[in-house]
Design a protein around this ligand. Structure first.
Ligand code: BTN
Length: 253
């Protein structure tokens, strides 16, 4: 580890690892040893067991892509409102990606960032609860920056593929952390303008999408994400409901 004295944009230690199984895992281990402060950032140049949502793996190319975890201690966040962290992270990733790509960037619920139909970044959040509060949150972010070869089944893309040319990892990283800090500070200061921004950036918002509700194929029109992190959709019969990932998901891309 080379972290002597390096401080992240969020005011915590910046820990840079040549390799890690998963930066989320490293963060969890260090948190378990009470070795992290709010605002710590753990970055690995290579992840050997990168994790995605729903037990999937997250693949990135050493030296070409960004894999990091931001560790925060949210002030007074109820466990049932924890999806706000996902919104703040997704907005920061959205802005970072958007700064490089002129095209159509969207946030796909619950927290993928897509360019048109292709995934450019993913977020995996692990929260540590203390009673009904979130004590610590590990916000894992993977951005495909300079990778250019993806299995077609992944429907993935990268900043370099979309923008042409090579993106500087350090610039993307600094940008991401600075943007996350803006959203974080705003939220801590009880600002809420980002709520509407998040809604506007939702993938398929206002458009009919193939989804599965309780395992049945349905057409649904995403409208918003509620404070519990459920996607609010209109169904074909006009009903409007809010459903969690346990009941609703997008059909395969
Ligand atoms: C997903 O889209 O399924 C989430 C992907 C999250 C990947 C990041 S990379 C840094 C952090 N460490 C991990 O093992 N996963 C997250």
């Amino acid at each position: 580890m080379h972290h002597e004295g390096r401080i992240s944009a969020l005011g915590g230690p910046f820990i840079e690892l040549a390799t890690a199984a998963s930066t989320n895992k490293t963060a969890a281990e260090l948190l378990g040893l009470s070795k992290l402060r709010h605002g710590a950032v753990i970055l690995a140049h290579e992840q050997t067991e990168g994790r995605g949502q729903r037990g999937r793996t997250w693949t990135s190319v050493p030296g070409l892509d960004l894999t990091l975890s931001i560790v925060v201690a949210p002030p007074r966040l109820r466990a049932d409102a924890q999806f706000v962290l996902s919104k703040l992270a997704a907005l920061a990733v959205y802005d970072t990606v958007r700064a490089h790509i002129p095209g159509d960037v969207r946030i796909k619920w619950p927290n993928d960032v897509l360019v048109e139909r292709r995934k450019v970044a993913g977020i995996l959040i692990q929260n540590d609860l203390a009673g009904d509060r979130v004590a610590w949150s590990i916000i894992g972010i993977g951005i495909n920056v300079n990778s250019s070869v993806f299995d077609e089944s992944l429907a993935a893309t990268s900043l370099a593929l979309e923008a042409g040319g090579h993106a500087d990892l350090q610039v993307v990283l600094d940008d991401l952390l600075a943007r996350f800090k803006l959203y974080w500070d705003d939220w801590c200061g009880a600002g809420n303008a980002w709520e509407a921004t998040y809604s506007e950036r939702l993938w398929s918002r206002g458009r009919w999408a193939d989804m599965f509700l309780d395992g049945e194929p349905v057409l649904a029109r995403p409208m918003d994400v509620d404070p519990l992190g459920r996607l609010v959709v209109e169904l074909e019969d006009g009903r409007v409901g809010a459903y969690g990932l346990d009941r609703l998901r997008f059909a395969a891309r």
